[in-house]
Design a protein around this ligand. Structure first.
Ligand SMILES: Nc1ncnc2c1ncn2[C@@H]1O[C@H](COP(=O)(O)OP(=O)(O)OP(=O)(O)O)[C@@H](O)[C@H]1O
Ligand SMILES: [Mg+2]
Length: 879
């Protein structure tokens, strides 16, 4: 059959051109059934093909073709020519329709896309229009299911005979361009590139009932099926090309059970710990809440223990929400709770503030509608939770909070978050898992204490997981829990595995009954009962082929005396890193700079285009370096163990690290333009690791402002101090000096609000000094004077207060009837009052009273109203 596009002569059975991949089958003009391109009449309905006037070319459209990683499945009915000879055309049609129905149902069940019917061939895509992480696995499952299910097809109502039908299936994965192709009024969105041709060739090479897949598909789907290596003759290629025959589907769990395949193993030991944890959760479910603290060294198995408890309970009977802290020099305020709430409300990093706000509101409204939360509480809960999540609301919510001070708002925020979580418990018991609390911010720890106090009267299990971290607030959690939740606190210390359990773990990791004694001893001894170490050491031995498969067991390939089982996890991890492909290694390093968890889109944005992200990520998943996180709204991965992230990070040259931090910060800012406030700490963290000091300062200031907005003074002070430290290393420049003044002012005012008079005075004085030096505009200087005067008043230092009054008067010059004049009068009047100059006090207040009502209200004017009212009141008394 000649290709209409490139004129290549193809064999008669070809559906696609062997040379250019063009489809060789067209559709009948009347019935749209597939036809060979040379047909003059339709073989299905008899319509004359030439009769159809060529349809006009559609108007030129914007070309929206896209490059994609695609898995193509091509499946064809075997010996349809024989069937067409043996069966009556009507019966044949029935068979073909039934076959198509079966195949399409299977494809759709696996979320594949039927791209084209080509006679009795069916072309399907996995990865378009919707991509999945496991498209290759889906295609292989689909292929094997089709092969199994198309074994016998009935011939329809008119015959009871059974027709023996079989298919051949070919699958391959690779980059294609997907776009509109076609002419003459018939257009399809098809994949162009080598992959569809290869899939067609693999299909042609398969024997009846077989599924043959290409190398790229095999690599990413090898855990879902048993495969057998085969050689396939390929046109245009000398000799045969290697491919794989998918033999049968495997049970995913067993295929992934052993370390050679990289993933989870059976739990060893931990019977007591698991029993106590599960009992606490079940106890909470009966309405008497519990606080469970789980502590243990890195890698000892805390998270695994929690995961086992979760897997062991009836998931339908509980709501299980999870939040985690991250190892950052600038912790996210309410970090683990922000995770929990974002997960529950369905908020993703890329959502605009209005969408985030809407999601929080919808969730709270849902609780109100179900009678789980009172209507009166709802609006304050929305405002405060949105504030805690740093959703920028343009001040809309502030009505409720206008007259509350910082400490009150902090407490009310705790109450709002707790109310929402407790409202959830009226539906079914809630397990709140908060992991890695050794990195928690102080607001989160205080909120845990608040929740702990309320837990005993609700079906709530608060599971707090952390490593010993000397000096960090998490260490006080057991004591706080015991105090706030007396008799309802369970403490689980996760210790190293016993040597017997360690040996059991080695055997289970290798998937064998008995392990070479040398391996067991070397690994178990060195690991000192740390399961993470055991896993990593064994992976290193397998990957370096120091131990190799030997029938059903394993053999030591070399004397273990010569094998360096590294004595630290760090060295093991580095040796494993060295064995990765260059692309995967580079990707892992970039991911380590992003953090313990990383969004795929951020990683993609900073990965050079020549790296095939999907393939390299798969290599990292296969090697158990990273794992896909389910339940998050963006496609998210995490290092399987934080220690790996830290080791990989530590091994990157500092120059390279800086470049990566900078690129990552830029990518985050670009990808989430609406979430600058939410991402403030993250951006600040990345920029502080670069030489972009100015940007680091900007984001540290935003993070400080965010914490201040949420009334978290300690966190705000911390951010502004870091900004100040960064500024110390930056050159003198007008912009940097302005930042210095702003940071000093912010620190002064936060310390003032927190009652730290000396620190407040010191920072505000510094802000004024910088302001004088760089010539800050008078209005701003007067505000600074006002706050410093307020600090002196609070400290009872009236002499200094009067000095500030004089300074402010000079700055004011003759700016009459302004906010500035009102502030200067206020400073002078206060100084006068406390130094006994009552006439001056009265004069200044009366002067302000003349124009105060004409000014727009601002926070600093409040005392002026109060004092004028006081003055008038006392005058009335005297009168
Ligand atoms: N009892 C166990 N049996 C089998 N495997 C285990 C056991 N405990 C832990 N592991 C495995 O060891 C690895 C480390 O465990 P895990 O991540 O739970 O440690 P962790 O205590 O949470 O560490 P970190 O404090 O760093 O988060 C995991 O791969 C886990 O599956
Ligand atoms: Mg953990």
């Amino acid at each position: 059959m000649q290709c209409s596009d490139c004129s290549h002569d193809n064999p008669p059975e070809a559906r696609f051109c062997l040379e250019c991949g063009e489809g060789l089958v067209r559709a009948g003009v009347a019935c749209q059934e597939p036809l060979p391109p040379t047909a003059k009449f339709c073989m299905h309905c008899g319509a004359r093909q030439e009769d159809a006037a060529p349809a006009p070319e559609p108007p030129a459209q914007v070309d929206d073709a896209e490059r994609r990683l695609l898995t193509v499945l091509f499946c064809d009915l075997v010996e349809s020519t024989r069937l067409s000879r043996e069966l009556d055309p009507e019966e044949l049609r029935e068979v073909i329709r039934e076959y198509q129905r079966v195949v399409v149902t299977i494809i759709q069940r696996h979320d594949g896309h039927v791209a084209q019917y080509l006679g009795d061939g069916i072309l399907a895509y996995f990865g378009y229009p919707t991509a999945h992480e496991d498209d290759e696995a889906r295609a292989v499952r689909t292929g094997l299911t089709i092969a199994a299910e198309v074994e016998s097809l009935g011939t329809g109502a008119e015959s009871d005979e059974t027709v023996h039908a079989e298919v051949r299936v070919g699958v391959d994965t690779g980059r294609v361009v997907i776009g509109e192709v076609g002419a003459g009024g018939r257009h399809d969105r098809l994949a162009i590139g080598a992959i569809p041709n290869v899939a067609a060739r693999l299909q042609a090479a398969a024997r009846p009932g077989q599924v043959i897949v290409g190398e790229a598909t095999y690599k990413r789907a090898r855990h879902v099926a048993e495969f057998e290596a085969v050689l396939v003759a390929a046109k245009g290629v000398d000799g045969a090309v290697p491919a794989h025959r998918a033999v049968s589907l495997t049970q995913t769990a067993t295929a992934r059970d052993s370390i050679a395949d990289g993933l989870q193993t059976k739990l060893v030991g931990r019977g007591d710990e698991l029993a106590r944890l599960t009992a606490a959760i079940n106890g909470a479910a009966r309405g008497v809440g519990r606080v469970v603290t789980v502590v243990g060294e890195a890698g000892v198995g805390k998270s695994r223990l929690i995961a086992e408890a979760r897997a062991g309970i009836d998931s339908e009977a509980f709501t299980w929400l999870r939040g985690r802290c991250h190892d950052r020099s600038i912790p996210t305020h309410y970090g683990p709770f922000a995770d929990v709430l974002a997960g529950y409300c369905g908020i993703s990093d890329s959502d605009a503030p209005s969408v985030r706000w809407g999601r929080v509101k919808d969730c709270i409204d849902g609780l109100v509608a179900n009678g789980q939360l009172s209507e009166e509480r709802a609006s304050e809960c929305v405002s405060l939770i949105a504030r805690a999540l740093a959703i920028d609301l343009d001040g809309q919510e502030d009505d409720h909070l206008a007259f509350a001070d910082g400490a009150q708002i902090r407490h009310r925020t705790f109450a709002a978050i707790a109310d929402m979580l407790i409202a959830l418990t009226t539906w079914r018991p809630l397990v709140l898992e908060l992991d890695d609390l050794h990195w928690a911010d102080s607001a989160s720890l205080d909120l845990i204490a608040h929740l702990g106090e309320r837990a005993p009267s609700h079906p709530l299990a608060l599971v707090c997981v952390y490593r010993p971290n000397h000096g960090h607030g998490c260490e006080r959690l057991p004591e706080i829990a015991a105090r706030k939740c007396p008799g309802r606190h369970v403490h689980v210390a996760v210790r190293e595995l016993t040597p017997e359990d360690g040996a059991d773990l080695v055997a289970s990791l290798l998937g064998v009954e008995s392990t070479p004694a040398a391996v067991r001893e070397t690994v178990v001894d060195r690991a000192r009962g740390n399961p993470f170490y055991i896993e990593e050491a064994l992976r290193a031995l397998v990957e370096s082929e120091s131990i190799v498969r030997d029938g059903a067991g394993w053999a030591v390939a070399d004397s273990l005396d010569h094998i360096a089982v590294p004595d630290s996890i760090e060295r093991i991890t580095l040796s494993r890193l060295d064995r990765l492909s260059p692309d995967a290694r580079r990707l892992l390093q970039t991911a380590a700079v992003i953090g313990r968890s990383f969004a795929r889109r951020v990683l993609e944005a900073v990965t050079p285009p020549h790296i095939d992200l999907a393939v390299a990520l798969q290599e990292l998943e296969d090697g158990a370096f990273v794992t896909r996180e389910y339940g998050s709204w963006d496609v998210q991965y995490a290092f399987r163990h934080v220690y790996t992230q830290q080791v990989v990070y530590g091994a990157i040259l500092s120059r390279r690290r800086q470049e990566l931090h900078g690129a990552i910060a830029e990518a985050i800012a670009e990808l989430y333009p609406d979430a600058a406030a939410e991402q403030a700490e993250t951006l600040a963290y990345h920029y502080t690791q670069t030489e972009h000091g100015e940007r680091a300062v900007e984001h540290l200031m935003s993070a400080g402002a965010k914490a201040r907005g949420a009334y978290l003074s300690d966190e705000a002070i911390d951010c502004y101090h870091k900004a100040l430290q960064t500024l110390e290393h930056l050159p003198e420049s007008p912009a940097n000096d302005r930042h210095r003044a702003r940071v000093q002012e912010a620190l002064g005012r936060i310390h003032h609000g927190a009652g730290h008079g000396d620190a407040a005075a010191e920072h505000l004085r510094a802000a004024i000094d910088i302001g004088e030096r760089i010539g800050v505009e008078e209005g701003e200087m007067i505000r600074l004077c006002y706050w410093l005067a307020d600090v002196y008043w609070w400290k009872g230092d009236y002499a200094r207060l009067c000095e500030i009054g004089e300074m402010a008067t000079v700055l004011l010059a003759d700016a009459r009837d302004t906010v500035e004049e009102a502030l200067v009068n206020q400073i002078v009047a206060t100084g006068a009052y406390f130094t006994g100059a009552t006439d001056l006090w009265r004069d200044r207040l009366k002067r302000t009273a003349e124009f105060l009502r004409d000014l727009a209200y601002c926070e600093e004017l409040r005392p002026a109203y109060v004092h004028i009212w006081g003055m008038r009141y006392s005058e009335r008394d005297m009168a």
